[in-house]
Design a protein around this ligand. Structure first.
Ligand SMILES: [Zn+2]
Length: 311
């Protein structure tokens, strides 16, 4: 068994249809590696390709999380389940999703196909406020205010740290309050300017939330066109100035070490991430059975069964 490492890996940081449509920023979601667990959050278009690019083995996914039924968050959910399970040949993993992804709504058909439900060990629908446990990690669904009415965020309580992921949501005080006591806060901030018809957070909202929560580390991601044009690095530096918190702009392929910000260490300003294009994390590879291995096992058990029959 490999060394236990925790990591947050960005397989995508694009947030609106212009950025995602032209793949100016990728849209493969976020990978959370916590001890022996690998969680994949919001697998948008290009998840498989980005996983390959960054060196993440999707076969090792323990669980898949989908915050809502918008294409840039859920488009590749079936493809990722296919990759995780070899199309059901090796049934495994858990899907945790909002209601629309599994059951649809008035405006949306569910993205999850019947076939892929059956490739999983389990699938669980979460509504805001509900909790679920996966191994040693507890996950709570957070309220979100979004055009997809069942949209949620996720709060991960791990033995080492607490991480909140906003998902797509507009701001209000109640929304911000849910992120309290997070060491790490990942905010989807598509908008540079706060405008009335925004369907998500703006830079100004992010400042308010970070000031209210005061996390060890805030990561801004899910950038829209205005943000990308304006240069996220500069804009994020401004947020940092206005909050006196460690704030970073996510980049495609970026890896963050969440333990560098854990309460145990009691340090505030460590920058624990490195940027690498390839070969970042393959530590789960050894644990995951590849197809020839499974075939061999199935063959062996078949032979054993036959042997028994003849005895
Ligand atoms: Zn959305």
């Amino acid at each position: 068994m490999g060394v236990k490492i925790s990591a947050i890996i960005f397989l995508g940081t694009g947030g609106d249809t212009y950025v995602v449509g032209k793949q100016i920023r990728a849209s493969g979601g976020i990978i959370l590696q916590i001890n022996e667990n690998q969680f994949h959050i919001d697998p948008g278009p290009g998840s498989l390709l980005m996983a390959k690019e960054v060196g993440v083995n999707l076969r090792a996914n323990t669980a898949l999380f989908v915050s809502h039924n918008h294409l840039n968050h859920c488009n590749d959910v079936n493809a990722v389940i296919d990759a995780m399970t070899y199309a059901g040949f090796d049934k495994k993993g858990v899907l945790i999703a909002n209601n629309t992804v599994v059951n649809g709504s008035q405006s949306y058909r569910p993205i999850l196909q019947e076939y892929y439900k059956n490739c999983l060990e389990r699938y669980i629908v979460l509504n805001a406020g509900q909790k679920v446990g996966i191994n040693e990690v507890e996950i709570m669904a957070l309220k979100a205010r979004h055009s997809e009415e069942n949209a949620i965020g996720f709060k991960f309580f791990t033995p080492q740290f607490t991480l909140s992921y906003s998902g797509d949501t507009k701001y209000n005080a109640e929304i911000a309050d849910q992120y309290q006591n997070s060491n790490i806060l990942i905010l989807n901030v598509p908008y540079l300017k706060k405008e009335k018809d925004n369907d998500g957070l703006s830079k100004e909202d992010a400042v308010k939330i970070i000031n209210a929560v005061k996390p060890r580390l805030a990561i801004i991601t899910h950038f829209g066109m205005d943000f990308v044009k304006a240069d996220p690095l500069y804009e994020i530096r401004e947020i940092q100035k206005e909050t006196s918190c460690q704030v970073i702009a996510a980049k495609d392929g970026m890896v963050v070490n969440p333990l560098s910000y854990s309460v145990e260490q009691g340090q505030r300003t460590l920058i624990g991430f490195k940027e690498e294009k390839r070969g970042v994390h393959v530590r789960f590879e050894e644990k995951v059975k590849e197809v020839d291995e499974i075939l061999e096992e199935k063959q062996t058990s078949l032979e054993e069964a036959e042997d028994k029959e003849f005895q």
